[in-house]
Design a protein around this ligand. Structure first.
Ligand SMILES: Cc1ncc(COP(=O)(O)O)c(C=O)c1O
Length: 395
């Protein structure tokens, strides 16, 4: 079969490729510690599971509106107000089939062929593919530990040219777990809007952020009231903070004039987000469920300390300590291996699955490895112990 040039150009998502290799080893009887996929091990709060059981009582579970149940859109808008300091009209919320569909539709709505889109390196690999799928020319802008592996507004400003149309950032980021300072992000969105461009800000890990340096709770970009922010597209999901990866439910918050566009795209692309998941997700916003999610966030912070300290003790450096999500981006250059070799050998010899930097970009790709600490304390301790044996660096 003749496959399209566009599809041929899509690189594998190596984190998933390592999942396949890990499954092969497990089929041979090896116990692999899987630190390659960004998937919370907690599952959803109990009330969500109860609501899902209730929704499975034989009712037809028909299609909903293309951008979701009105009561869920309202609940999400209230959540943004109460937790992230942003006053959002429910009419601007579109419920989607995961953040993935939100990103895909945002790119469908905003990208024309040959537009240049700026994305930081390293970053979530699928973003490049979403933009590319609609004909964008993606420019990866290298970031450094000095800016916590995030773009700065000055870098975006310097890179902007006549072909540039937009920028995509995730804060906190995958693969580094680091955030862009709120004011810097606002400055970036304002300068992009000033140039007639668009910004997509992926806040999928915002619920799993540490408080800001001044002790304030993490704020959405939408907490700022500037002309640029009013034009910004915000992405979020039930996958990470609420532990609902397989439920395929997320959302985006978009400027008023984009709502009917997203509605048309969703109608055509997949009709509506999954109905059972939407009914269940309504139970995310009770005080009990939010308390569970907050407990889980704190547990991730404990695990982060365990992992960062454990890696340091066996000679693996994490150059930037994360402030959110559940990833560390570790520098393996001191081992003399490239990150791809390190990941291949760590999986084959130590049965620890991680993801090489080449999944996330080009710059520094041979040097860095992403480790997801969304795993139990026992598994994380076992992984560090196995890596110590593998590297011969047991303290
Ligand atoms: C930064 C980022 N955005 C989007 C996604 C996709 O999430 P979802 O499961 O909501 O489609 C992920 C998943 O890992 C992610 O890390």
């Amino acid at each position: 079969m003749k496959i399209s040039r566009r599809a041929e150009g899509i690189a594998p998502f190596y984190a998933m490729e390592f999942a396949k290799k890990a499954a092969e080893l497990e089929a041979q009887g090896h116990a692999v510690v899987r630190l390659n996929i960004g998937e919370p091990d907690f599952g959803p709060p109990p009330a969500v599971l109860a609501a899902a059981r209730e929704a499975s009582d034989g009712r037809p579970l028909a299609y909903t509106g293309a951008i979701g149940l009105p009561e869920l859109r309202t609940a999400i808008a209230e959540f943004y107000g109460q937790h992230f300091g942003a006053s959002v009209d429910p009419s601007r919320v579109a419920v989607t089939s995961g953040a993935s569909a939100a990103l895909l539709m945002a790119c469908a709505a905003l990208v024309d062929p040959d537009d240049e889109v700026l994305i930081g390196d390293p970053s979530y690999p699928c973003n490049r593919q979403f933009a590319h799928a609609f004909g964008a020319r993606v420019t990866l802008l290298p970031t450094t530990p000095a800016s916590r592996f995030q773009l700065t507004s000055a870098e975006v400003d310097a890179a902007w040219n006549a072909d540039t149309r937009g920028v995509i950032v995730a804060t906190p980021s995958n693969p580094t777990g680091t955030s862009m300072p709120h004011d810097e992000l606002v400055t970036m969105c304002d300068l992009v809007a000033d140039r007639g461009g668009w910004s997509i800000v992926d806040e999928i890990y915002l619920g799993l952020s540490d408080p800001e340096p001044d002790g304030r709770p993490p704020r959405s970009i939408l907490a700022a009231d500037t002309p640029g922010v009013a034009e910004t597209v915000v992405i979020n999901s039930f996958s990470k903070y609420f532990g609902m990866t397989g439920w395929r439910l997320g959302w985006c918050i978009v400027p008023d004039d984009m709502v009917p566009v997203l509605e048309r795209l969703a109608q055509n692309f997949y009709v509506c987000p999954p109905t059972p998941s939407q009914h269940a997700a309504l139970a995310c916003f009770t005080p009990e469920s939010l308390a569970v999610a907050e407990r889980n966030r704190r547990e991730f912070v404990r695990r982060r300390t365990l992992v960062v300290d454990g890696l340091a003790a066996i000679g693996l450096d994490v150059p930037v300590i994360p402030d959110g999500a559940f990833y560390v981006y570790l520098d393996v250059s001191a081992t003399g291996m490239t990150s791809a070799e390190f990941c291949d050998r760590a999986l084959a010899e130590a049965h620890v699955a991680m993801t090489p930097g080449k999944d996330f970009g080009v710059d520094g790709a041979d040097r860095y490895v992403r480790l997801s600490y969304a795993a139990s304390t026992d598994d994380l301790t076992l992984a560090i112990d196995r890596l110590a044996t593998f590297l011969g660096t047991r303290p």
